[in-house]
Design a protein around this ligand. Sequence first.
Ligand code: CU
Length: 127
Amino acid sequence: MSTITKYKHEIMWWMSRLTIMLTALFLSFSLASSAYAAEIKMGSGGMLVFEPCELTVAVGESVTFINNELPPHNVVFDEPYQEMSHSDLAFTGGEKFDLVFNEPGDYHFQCDPHAGAGMKGVIHVTN
Ligand SMILES: [Cu+2]
């Protein structure tokens, strides 16, 4: 086998590897994005806040709440979405939970221990 032929074979081998890897990457992204919408940090920048504190998602999408700084935190929704609440306090950094929003509306929520400090937010769910 000449050096050039060998070189061509090597390039083709790498190109097929690359194609497979890119396809796998694309698939993992499209699968992940089907349910995953956004992430809200609970406590951020040394502040008792949700970050972001306002968010718009489509019906059927999920929002991941991640425990970040100054715990404990929870998420309690106002009427008429109280049943969506995750009132268990999260004490450990990195603790997280997903909430799926299946009805359009404005979901106002707060962190119970820190509502007085203004730890509140709203998620707009649109069709
Ligand atoms: Cu809090």
